[in-house]
Ligand binder design. Structure first.
Ligand code: ASP
Length: 334
């Protein structure tokens, strides 16, 4: 049976997560889906970053807690994942909850032709919150339409990756102490890279200057640029990282998304266009950071890993704290 994809549903009613405890009513996340970064303003971001910081302290001091004891997360991944999937699992386990991991949908009823709504309805009967990664833009919104439990978007095709953008921004604050007044360059596949779509839409909440560096065929989509324009930000577009390297505070590097290309010859032409190496880093500011959502293919050479400005392994770790904060918040325990 066909189902109609639903448009992004940004404000969702409180879902089926039990009676709302009065002291958690104010966090604004209780029972909510997390579908897009457009749901976050500065106040909500500060709240999540504060809770993520508390989660870091909790993990460093005690390793785990029983905040989500008795709660179950269904982790449903229709696309490959290492960090997002395992950090959501680690987040739930460290908070005392449990996980139903579905990382190999080929071994589930999806292979028998089960629709996304039916799979979601099934999993919500066994769990309290569902994390979904899916190749179609809008899949998380569709799932949210059918589910009574909160849905967290862990990447919907070339659309968004909101929890990645939250951990990216958290890493910027923790590393540089501020977001306002920063010059941020995004480099690589800006067309298909969902992380740069979400991060750009989140950064418009701050006074930042954008530089978009990509081959012409992988330029940032107009709808994302329009969000930047609507918020009155200035941005520049180039295909050369050399003239900008000395001027940026954040260099956000991305992989060319091979799996989104229909013509692999085209992929081969652009795959190695940008490589951040030690020579390039010599021309960068002393107090800047290099970020990457990972996995990296050839975009950052291993020689850069020991540079104190390399922030990509910090991002990975921060992903777990941000996801702990989100799970606690949507389940009313933050
Ligand atoms: N892991 C990130 C994502 O799922 C980045 C990437 O795959 O290039 O979008």
């Amino acid at each position: 049976m066909d189902y109609e994809p639903q448009g992004a549903k940004i404000v969702t009613p409180n879902k089926n997560v039990g009676n709302m405890p009065a002291d958690h009513a104010r966090n604004g996340f209780y029972g909510q889906d997390i579908l897009s970064v457009s749901q976050f303003d500065r106040q909500k971001l500060e709240y999540i970053f504060k809770v993520a910081h508390e989660m870091r302290v909790l993990v460093e001091r005690f390793g785990s807690a029983d905040l989500l004891h008795g709660k179950i997360l269904a982790n449903l991944f229709y696309e490959p994942s290492t960090r997002t999937s395992s950090s959501f699992m680690a987040a739930m386990l460290r908070l005392g909850g449990q996980v139903i991991p579905i990382n190999n949908v080929q071994y589930s009823s999806v292979t028998k032709g089960e629709s996304l709504p039916d799979t979601i309805r099934t999993l919500e009967s066994y769990s309290d919150v569902i994390v979904l990664r899916h190749p179609e833009v809008g899949a998380a919104a569709t799932a949210a339409h059918y589910a009574a439990n909160p849905i967290i978007n862990a990447g919907d095709g070339v659309g968004e990756h909101p929890t990645q953008a939250l951990l990216d921004l958290f890493t910027v604050v923790e590393s540089l102490g501020r977001i306002d007044k920063l010059r941020v360059a995004m480099v690589g596949d800006l067309k298909y890279g969902r992380t740069v779509h979400s991060l750009t839409k989140l950064l418009v909440n701050y006074e930042v200057e954008f530089v978009f560096v990509s081959p012409e065929i992988l330029a940032m989509p107009e709808d994302v640029l329009n969000v930047v324009r609507e918020h009155g930000h200035s941005f520049s577009v180039t295909d050369d990282v050399n003239p900008v390297i000395g001027e940026v505070d954040v260099l956000y590097v991305t992989r060319v998304q091979k799996e989104r290309f229909t013509d692999l010859a085209q992929y081969d032409r652009v795959r190695d266009q940008y490589v951040v190496d030690e020579a390039l880093m010599e021309r960068a500011k002393r107090d800047m950071i290099v970020m990457h959502p990972l996995p990296r293919i050839n975009e950052i050479s291993y020689g850069v890993d020991d540079d104190p400005r390399a922030a990509y392994f910090k991002q990975m770790r921060n992903g777990m704290y941000i996801r702990m904060a989100l799970l606690a918040a949507v389940l009313g325990k933050a």
